[in-house]
Design a protein around this ligand. Sequence first.
Ligand code: GLP
Length: 244
Amino acid sequence: MKLITVKNYDEMSQKASSFILDLIQSKEKPVLGLATGSTPEGLYKYLIKAYEEGKASFQHVTTFNLDEYVGMERTDANSYYSFMQENFFKHVDISPSQTFLPNGKAVDLQAECKNYEELIANANQVDIQVLGVGLNGHIGFNEPGTSFSSRTHVVDLDESTRQANSRFFESLDEVPTQAITMGIETIMESKMILLLVSGEQKAEALVRLLEDNAITEDFPASILREHPNVIIIADEAASNHLSK
Ligand code: GLP
């Protein structure tokens, strides 16, 4: 894993965008793995800016999002589908038929998970997977205890994750209890992983990731140590507790 430390959230976002822009400018049919949450919002702003300035086109880009809430209409403002439309897709020239998220309203959720895996495999895997990390080390919605050999699956969300995500909802009761997420093995098959970490509240998770040697399912992000091509971009606030 390579750690790049930057000053603040804005620099983290800009730096992350440079990796994505390099990929889409050099590869004919790039495949991006995308994340939601507060962490990647700035990255999407920089990608939109590059598009508006005529420096990038997303016409030949395919995207796969990590996860989606179960039982939520795509049109719901809190769905990850809506998040991606509002924060990225509707502002650039990406083809809607090339943007994929799991369908949390699928009648047969198991079939939906299998189908999502097939779509990723048919796209020849993800070139760059953007990741954030949860306070408990979750990646995507792979909560502590998830098998490292998991593929796309339905998960019960941790209470701590529901609490953390309740800031986007009217109340905790409205936060879904389940989600579909790419599995850990699915994520690990991406050719490169770009992990973004910002803010003081993520500092302990970063220490655990970088300085605790254990690779354990109790802290899902720890598996990233086994991936050959991980770049972590962390801002000063998130890096403050690192020993060096
Ligand atoms: C969410 C998402 C993750 C995200 C994480 C951190 O629940 N499912 O993909 O990385 O939690 O979110 P944030 O970036 O808002 O801190």
